[in-house]
Design a protein around this ligand. Structure first.
Ligand SMILES: NC(=O)c1ccc[n+]([C@@H]2O[C@H](COP(=O)([O-])OP(=O)(O)OC[C@H]3O[C@@H](n4cnc5c(N)ncnc54)[C@H](O)[C@@H]3O)[C@@H](O)[C@H]2O)c1
Ligand SMILES: [Zn+2]
Ligand SMILES: [Zn+2]
Length: 388
């Protein structure tokens, strides 16, 4: 089968690899119909993780079930399904508590937790930027879709990661109706946090970034855009909240946060939020941070350390939640909002491409080229169709 294979920093190619197949009775085999490029792929693409050369990317996957293992009870051949990026068992100590983001069964390293498709440090699993994907514990991991699965494919595929992840940021921050919310980052995840806060009835949603195209998407759903290349974002949030600060903050950037000139500082967004969220407010951090980052410039950052304003955070009595999103906690309910036309996460999709176009798309998305907000890959789409 064809797949997007990592060859080294900023070097991916679509090549032939052995077909994914059923390996265990509980597996399901999915023919991928849509698979996205994510900001998380970029950390790996840039060589800023331990992702091994020769592996396949792709953790935001949806498709059609083409084969099931002998132990699969619920999922049937022909079902249209969307797969959480987390691969989990459903029966371990963490999964029992709903923390499928930290599954102990699917992560082979006993000192670690959590697994994902095509992801550094998250088990050996192949990615879905390919024609076929092996889904372990298929009954547990595959979320079935209704008759509108194909009509709303670009909406439902967002249930694999970024829509639940944006929602998780608002959950950890504690967003409730009437809240004011500041979001760091207008990438796909920040935009999904803005959508989620809006769905939850936030009175005011403010999104901080410096890319006009991304900020314009935030404005399209009624958020206030704050361009931090033009204004001080902390002051802008204080001005919008009578000097009190926002009730809630969402970190949707991660350890490669930088100033508008490009100087990286993993503490930048955390400090912006600590200083613009009010006393007793909550912060949800879904942007990825890593235990070590040898590719960083600063000494602290190399060791995975971020110099955050902890004194201010403590003094203000703020709370902060961190980590990967437990997609299964939210995907069923968010699916039903899409089905009922109450959420349309596909508004951020900027490019629909065939698998063969992936290398070029990685280059553009990694450069945050103007207009490249979210790339969806259609492995079944021919090159010719796309050219028309
Ligand atoms: N926790 C999870 O489960 C989970 C899931 C998906 C993605 N993520 C992570 O979420 C983060 C965002 O993902 P994405 O797909 O939106 O990525 P992205 O890289 O496309 O978007 C990040 C945005 O942040 C902006 N930015 C950079 N520095 C900033 C700063 N100092 N202040 C304000 N904005 C700044 C950039 O301009 C960019 O638009 C990544 O770290 C990704 O790995 C986490
Ligand atoms: Zn993702
Ligand atoms: Zn588990």
């Amino acid at each position: 089968m064809k797949a997007v294979v990592y060859h080294g920093p900023k070097d991916v190619a679509v090549t032939d690899v052995p077909d994914a197949e059923i390996e265990r009775p509980t597996d399901v085999l999915v023919k991928i119909t849509t698979t996205n490029i994510c900001g998380s792929d970029l950390h790996m693409y840039e060589g800023r993780t331990s992702f091994e050369k020769g592996r396949t990317f792709g953790h935001e996957n949806m498709g059609e079930v083409v084969e099931i293992g002998t132990g699969v009870e619920k999922i049937k051949v022909g079902d249209r399904v969307v797969l959480p990026f987390n691969i989990s068992c459903g029966f371990c100590k963490n999964c029992e508590r709903g923390l499928t983001n930290y599954c102990l069964t699917t992560q082979p390293d006993p000192s670690a937790a959590g697994a994902a498709y095509g992801f550094a440090e998250m088990g050996p699993y192949g990615g879905g930027q390919a024609e076929l994907l092996r889904v372990p514990f298929g009954d547990h991991n595959a979320l079935r879709l209704g008759e509108d699965a194909q009509d709303k494919e670009n909406d439902y595929v967002m249930l694999s990661d970024i829509f639940p992840t944006g929602y998780h940021a608002t959950e950890m921050a504690g967003v409730i109706p009437g809240d004011s919310v500041v979001i760091a980052g207008a990438g796909p995840v920040g935009l999904m946090a803005a959508l989620s806060a809006t769905i939850k009835g936030a009175a005011k949603v403010m999104v901080v970034d410096r890319h006009p195209d991304r900020l314009a998407l935030a404005e399209q759903i009624g958020a206030i855009a704050i361009d931090d290349s033009k204004v001080d974002p902390v002051q802008a949030v204080l001005d919008e909240t009578m000097g009190l600060g926002a009730d809630r903050g969402c970190e949707c950037v991660g350890y490669q946060a930088h100033d508008p000139q490009g100087n990286e500082d993993p503490a930048a967004t955390l400090n912006m939020l600590i200083n613009s969220v009010r006393f007793t407010g909550g912060i949800g951090t879904v942007g990825v941070f890593v235990p070590e980052d040898p590719g960083a410039k600063g000494e602290l950052a190399k060791q995975g350390k971020a110099a955050i304003d902890f004194g201010t955070h403590w003094f203000k009595g703020q709370t902060m939640g961190n980590g990967q999103c437990p997609v299964k906690k939210y995907n069923r309910r968010l699916r039903d909002l899409i089905a009922a036309d109450k959420a349309k996460p596909s508004w951020i999709v900027s490019h629909e491409i065939s698998l063969d176009q992936a290398a070029d798309a990685y280059r553009n998305f990694d450069s945050r080229s103007e207009g490249w907000t979210k790339v969806v890959i259609k492995p079944g789409m021919s090159h010719e169709k796309e050219a028309n």
